[in-house]
Write a new protein. Structure first.
Length: 252
């Protein structure tokens, strides 16, 4: 799906200018000082949300960005943007952090606003959501609030949502059931921790060779057997080697 090119004609500006723009501004392009979200997929399609998962991340934090576009003349000085980050189920400082200023740099037509996401235990069963909203200030108005894509879908240009979790929506592309059986997130995380394999390696077909898969299989079978032995003799063991019913995980 391709995004239709947005062409702003002088005759249409009265329809696009929102209440946030002052009426004294002349109704032509050179006089507009506006901002809007301009986030696109790889194919160029405009979007107003993005989803992220920590599943393939080895670190417990990741930084994501939101693109803010300027409409108007370049300025020799930086200018602040009215931007607000809110959430109904995520807490700032625990689940996320705002790590940069909402500031359009001098002589810039856009900038990327950074937000840092944190991996927490809650993300294994819950998807957190952030909403970033733009509003007018003394420097910028909101020239339009949405765009209509070629397929008829409407995309917001003033509100952007970020969804993040630590869950799978599908097995990794490189998972080999032939060697280690049916996929489960518990098995995946145990393999990564015990064998210190990068999580991202599992999501690339062919990244892990057949010989290494055989090594993973034998190592994990032995590891689970050892944890079962420790449990049986009353010693400390790795509970992750067993499912919810207490049965040992299988890797075959």
């Amino acid at each position: 799906m391709k995004l239709r090119t947005l062409t702003i004609l002088p005759a249409l500006l009265p329809l696009l200018l929102p209440m946030g723009c002052q009426e004294r501004l002349p109704q032509h392009f050179e006089s507009i000082e506006g901002i809007y979200f301009n986030n696109q997929q790889n194919n160029g399609t405009l979007v107003d949300s993005a989803s992220y998962t920590f599943i393939y991340e080895d670190r417990d934090e990741m930084e994501v960005t939101v693109r803010i576009q300027h409409l108007g003349r370049l300025s020799q000085t930086p200018r602040p943007v009215n931007l607000r980050v809110t959430s109904a189920n995520a807490s700032e400082g625990v689940d996320y952090a705002v790590t940069g200023e909402a500031l359009l740099p001098a002589n810039a037509t856009n900038f990327d606003f950074p937000i840092r996401l944190y991996r927490t235990e809650a993300l294994k069963s819950e998807t957190k959501q952030l909403e970033i909203a733009l509003s007018a200030n003394d420097f910028f108005c909101i020239p339009f609030t949405e765009q209509i894509l070629s397929g008829g879908d409407t995309v917001s240009t003033v509100r952007y949502r970020i969804y993040f979790s630590d869950q799978f929506t599908a097995p990794p592309k490189g998972w080999q059931t032939l060697f280690i059986g049916a996929f489960s997130q518990q098995k995946f995380e145990l393999i990564c921790d015990v064998m210190e394999i990068s999580r991202s390696d599992f999501n690339e077909e062919g990244k892990i060779s057949s010989a290494k898969w055989m090594y993973i299989q034998s190592t994990m079978i032995n590891y689970v057997a050892e944890q079962e032995r420790l449990r049986d003799v009353g010693q400390e063991y790795d509970e992750r080697a067993f499912d919810e019913s207490g049965a040992p995980l299988t890797f075959a």
